[in-house]
Design a protein around this ligand. Structure first.
Ligand SMILES: [Mn+2]
Length: 372
């Protein structure tokens, strides 16, 4: 056993705390629901959401900007369920209004409308996978003015916006909550709806490997597969394909990665940067870089992995991952961003080395953090 593994094992034993337990602590609710997916959503919120949707003719939907598999998959699944109920749906997301290449397989994206087509004051709006209204980009204005707003989310950093809140930090994905809503609306899962939900579930559980992968997650996956989802096809689309240029960008990012064994409370930090020029040289779009951090975080010597990606605007999107001992969520919140205990991000301008310097100051080992 390496020194790092030894310290990790000792800490886990001493604390006797599971990741699930720690995530629940962070939720800060005393709710005693049975199923994990329902632990934090108060029953009147489910009832009110169902009532508002039943009464509505038109529903505006918005997921967070630069949507991932959970944001877009959840929104398209719910859109198709609402259409099956006869509702007019206006699903969208803020600029840049382009579906990432890895999500072009999702059914229902022909239903997407440009953000400018949403009414200025929606009668009913539903937001998905957005921890705060600002994550909706320009559509935050509609969310603030909507006569009725339903918020569906699972981020511990959720700001508390919206009157009807289907928000559960213990849920593995927003799609877990959308599945529950669709069940309560009485719409059967068809293959296309199931595919959106499965994309969300597979994305946010890291292909069923993260600590949020509960028995309930696998039970939902089983129902989605029974509805016609082919896991191997989804897996290939989400993770197992890329243009050759991506491999070149990945190689460059790994070649310049830095390992800092003493950082993150002595548990180790590995980080790298990808400039706009790096990817433009290979004709790789920004949204194709999501998987780089999954390669970087394999480094045994580092508890925390960080990838700084220069956006098309010239600022930096900083993705962070923890293996479980360091709360990168609070670190990213301190940097003006948000996310989960094990996966979080922030956006900032400046020199990436300076951003890492500032971030490093917020990366504490578990003892320091617990004492804080
Ligand atoms: Mn999510």
């Amino acid at each position: 056993m390496s020194e790092l593994e030894g310290r990790r094992a000792a800490w886990t034993e001493e604390r006797g705390t599971s990741d699930e337990g720690r995530r629940r602590e962070k939720g800060g609710s005393e709710a005693s629901g049975d199923a994990v997916s329902r632990g934090f959503v108060a029953e009147p919120h489910w009832d009110r959401a169902v009532e508002l949707i039943r009464e509505a003719d038109e529903v505006c939907l918005a997921c967070h900007v630069a949507p991932d598999g959970d944001a877009l998959g959840s929104m398209l699944a719910l859109t198709q369920a609402l259409r099956a109920m006869g509702k007019t749906c206006l699903p969208s997301f803020g600029e840049p209004f382009a579906v990432p290449g890895s999500l072009l397989f999702l059914p229902g994206q022909d239903l997407l409308v440009e953000p400018g087509r949403l009414p200025a004051v929606p009668k009913l709006m539903i937001t998905l996978d957005a921890a705060g209204a600002e994550r909706l980009g320009p559509l935050a204005a509609q969310a603030e003015k909507a006569a009725e707003l339903i918020v569906i989310d699972h981020h511990a950093s959720n700001t508390g916006f919206g009157a009807v809140r289907l928000v559960d930090p213990a849920a593995a994905a927003t799609s877990v909550l959308v599945d529950e809503l669709i069940r309560r609306l009485g719409v059967p899962l068809d293959r296309d709806i199931a595919l959106g939900l499965y994309a969300g579930l597979a994305s946010d559980t890291g292909s069923f490997r993260y600590p949020c992968t509960t028995p309930q997650v696998h039970e939902l996956a089983a129902r989605l597969i029974a509805a016609g989802v082919r896991p191997e096809a989804v897996g290939r689309e989400l993770w197992d394909r890329a243009p050759f240029g991506y491999l070149q960008v990945l190689a460059g990012a790994l070649a310049k990665a830095r390992l800092e064994r003493d950082a993150a409370g002595g548990f180790g930090l590995v980080w790298t940067t990808i400039t706009r020029a790096d990817r433009e040289a290979q004709c790789v779009p920004y949204d194709a870089l999501e998987g780089v951090i999954d390669q970087l975080r394999r480094a045994d010597e580092a508890e925390v992995a960080v990838v700084c990606k220069e956006t098309d605007r010239g600022d930096w999107y900083v993705s962070t991952r923890s293996k479980g001992l360091v709360d990168v969520g609070q670190a990213c919140v301190a940097m003006g961003g948000g996310g989960h205990y094990n996966a979080a991000a922030f956006t900032a301008a400046g020199d990436p080395a300076d951003l890492i310097d500032r971030l490093r100051a917020h990366l504490h080992g578990p003892h320091l953090h617990d004492a804080a």
